[in-house]
Design a protein. Sequence first.
Length: 322
Amino acid sequence: MKLALLLLIGLAALAALTLWKARVHETRAEAAWPPRGQFVTVDGHRVHAVVMGPEAGEAPDLVLLHGASGNTRDMTFHLASVLAGPYRVIVFDRPGLGYSDQIGRGGATITEQAALLQRAAAELAAKHPIVLGHSYGGAVALAWAVTRPGTLSALVSVAGAAKPWDSPLPPLYRVLSHPVLGPVAAPIITAFVPDSYVENAVSEIFAPQAPPEGYLGHVGAALTLRRETLRENALQRASLLAGIEALHARYDEIGMPLEIVHGTADTTVGLSIHARPLTDQVPGAHLSVLDGIGHMPHHAAPDAVIAAIHRAATRAGLRARE
């Protein structure tokens, strides 16, 4: 009996320590990488947006959507500032990531995210923006185009997830998205996993290229290790395949210009699985294949991505032909 009581006291102390360390880690991360934009509210959900460039109506609107585990800082490291001038750039934190509120507690679907972000863009006076999505954000952009076609002018997919695949969900996502294991694992990871773990994972995503100098310090990898962010990101990733399976047969309904940029060395979202069949399915879609480039073309080959955005704008009648 005494042993059992000591064990319970020890477990309670360990749980308290874990929760304390998790909160300290989160507080430190949010102090080091605070929100840098503004907040708009849609149906009670706050959406964090960084808006750069001319005033509304003075240039075409361009929405940038980050991938899994990311936040606005991925796009504001380089791409957004270069584009702010010819475009009014709006960079969103997707729901539950960065500083945007979650939609419910079960992991927002790509269709739910598209609906929320479209309305957030409209609140910022972007009625028919060009929408660019990277990786998971590419799936959200496609969902936006399919389910809300009258609300955007053109679409740009950068290493975007588009088509069903047959590889299993990675183990960490399986654990974190589990209804019982996830809520237990998330505080432990937040409390005890160092930021360097995420930084190493980011470096692997860039392969065969390396992250540009200063990127890891800018992007705020520690924001990904917050408890709610870990869970939401995993739940979104776990539901991604089903979301794509529900929508991909409708891609041929996409009537606006579609530019696709994808690297041949992308081992995260394969060119042959996603970009090529998407190009074949959507009438008039244009694919730019980048030889030797991995999963982060907007950093490894930004000129190619910028050129694709300009082509999309030109094709949509938003930019004069050069």
